[in-house]
Design a protein around this ligand. Structure first.
Ligand code: KG4
Ligand code: ZN
Length: 339
C-alpha cells in the first residue's frame, strides 16, 4: 500500500501548530508554537491577540514541520485542518492557510473536528488501538464521555453541564494565585499537598450518570478561600490544589468506569489537555487495572493542542472520502459528529 502523507494544521486556540503524519499513526514532525507567555499577562487567552499571533507564526511553523519531516509540499497527499470548534478568528487563520496550500498544490482539503483530533491522538502511540472504545475527552473547552464507534464516529454518553474540566482547573488556579494556564500548575503544586485535607463536593446529575458538573466544586473552592480570608486564617494552597484535583479526578474516573461497565467497553482512552494530568492518569490506570480494562493515553505533548492529532484524525477522514471545498469556513461551535 502507498504511504499517505498529510500536512495538518491546528490553530483553534492559543497554539499555532503543524505536523506531517504518515498513514495516520506515524508522526514525522510536530511543531508547536505556544502563545502561553503572551496570554499569561492577561490571565487567559485573548482571542484577538491569538488570531494576530497565528498569522505571524503560521508560515514559519509549517515550513519547520515540512523541514523536520524532510518532505516538500509536492510529497503530500492531503492537507488537514481544524475548522472547529474554537475561537473563530484563530480557526480562520489555519483554515485560510490550509485552503491556500491545498489550492496551490491541487491537494484534497480535509477539515477536522478539533475534538476528533484529541481522540485520535491516542492512535499515534498505540498502533493496536482501534475502535470501538470508550473515550473521556477533557480539555479547556470540552468535557465529553463518548463511545468511539468507528474512526470519526461518536456516540456521546455524557458531557459537562457547565464548566469544562480544564476550565475549572484554570479558574481554581487563578483563585489561589497560580496564574495561567492553571492545569499544569495545580498538577505540580498538588504533589506537595494532601488530597484528603479538604472535602470538596463531587457533583452527580440525577438520571444522567455520565454527565458532569464542575461549577459546584469551583464555587466550593472560592467559598473556602473567602471564608478563610474573613476569619483571617492561613490557607495551604497545596492542600487546596490537591483536594480540588482529587474531587475532579474522582468524578471523571467514576463516571468513565460506570459507562464502560454499562456499555460493555473494555478499552478506555483519555484525551485533551487535562488528560496529561498525573493524578488522573494514575487513578484511571488503577481503576482500569482493577476492572480488567485496557487503558490508553497519549503522551502529554499529544494531549494538549498539537498538529499531529489533527493529522491522525485527517487520515481516517481522508480514507473515508471526506473532502472539503474551497468554501470551507471556520465553525466556532461545530458539534462532535457534525460535518
Ligand atoms: O486540549 P487543550 O490544550 O485545549 C483545548 O482544546 O481546550 O486543553 C487545555 C486545558 C487547559 O485548561 C489546561 O489548564 C489543561 O488543559 N491542562 C491540564 C494539564 N495540562 C493542561 N489540566 C490538568 N493537569 C494538567 N497537567
Ligand atoms: Zn484542544
Amino acid at each position: 500500500m502507498e504511504d499517505t502523507l498529510i500536512l495538518a494544521i491546528e490553530s483553534s486556540c492559543d497554539e499555532t501548530a503543524a505536523a506531517v503524519v504518515k498513514n495516520g499513526r506515524t508522526v514525522l514532525s510536530n511543531v508547536i508554537s505556544s502563545q502561553i507567555e503572551l496570554h499569561k499577562l492577561y490571565g487567559g487567552v485573548v482571542p484577538e491577540i491569538a488570531s494576530r499571533k497565528h498569522i505571524e507564526k503560521i508560515n514559519q511553523v509549517i515550513e519547520e514541520a515540512l523541514k523536520e519531516a524532510k518532505v516538500t509540499l509536492d510529497d503530500l497527499d492531503a492537507v488537514g485542518v481544524t475548522y472547529g470548534p474554537g475561537l473563530v478568528g484563530a480557526l480562520l487563520v489555519g483554515v485560510a492557510e490550509a485552503k491556500a496550500i491545498a489550492y496551490g498544490k491541487n491537494l484534497p482539503l480535509v477539515g477536522v473536528h478539533h475534538i476528533e483530533g484529541h481522540v485520535s491522538a491516542n492512535y499515534i502511540e498505540h498502533p493496536d488501538l482501534e475502535p470501538p472504545f470508550l473515550c473521556l475527552i477533557v480539555s479547556g473547552g470540552h468535557t465529553h464521555l463518548v463511545i468511539v464507534k468507528d474512526y470519526g464516529e461518536f456516540e456521546i454518553l455524557g458531557r459537562t453541564r457547565d464548566d469544562a474540566a480544564g476550565e475549572a482547573f484554570d479558574k481554581v488556579a487563578r483563585a489561589i494565585g497560580l496564574g495561567y494556564p492553571g492545569g499544569p500548575k495545580i498538577d505540580k503544586l498538588s504533589k506537595e499537598g494532601n488530597p484528603e485535607a479538604i472535602s470538596f463536593p463531587r457533583a452527580k446529575i440525577e438520571n444522567c450518570p455520565y454527565d458532569f458538573s464542575f461549577s459546584g466544586v469551583k464555587s466550593a473552592v472560592l467559598n473556602y478561600l473567602n471564608s478563610a480570608q474573613m476569619k483571617g486564617e492561613e490557607i495551604n494552597r497545596a492542600d487546596i490544589a490537591a483536594s480540588f484535583q482529587k474531587a475532579v479526578v474522582d468524578v471523571l474516573v467514576e463516571h468513565t468506569i460506570l459507562a464502560a461497565k454499562d456499555h460493555n467497553m473494555n478499552k478506555i482512552a483519555i484525551a485533551g489537555g487535562v488528560a496529561s494530568n498525573g493524578t488522573l492518569r494514575k487513578a484511571m490506570k488503577e481503576a482500569c487495572d482493577k476492572n480488567g480494562f485496557a487503558f490508553y493515553h497519549p503522551s502529554p505533548i499529544f494531549c494538549t493542542d498539537n498538529g499531529a492529532m489533527i493529522g491522525a484524525a485527517a487520515y481516517y477522514e481522508y480514507k473515508k472520502g471526506t473532502r472539503h471545498g474551497w468554501d470551507l469556513n471556520a465553525m466556532p461551535n461545530l458539534r462532535l459528529g457534525e460535518r
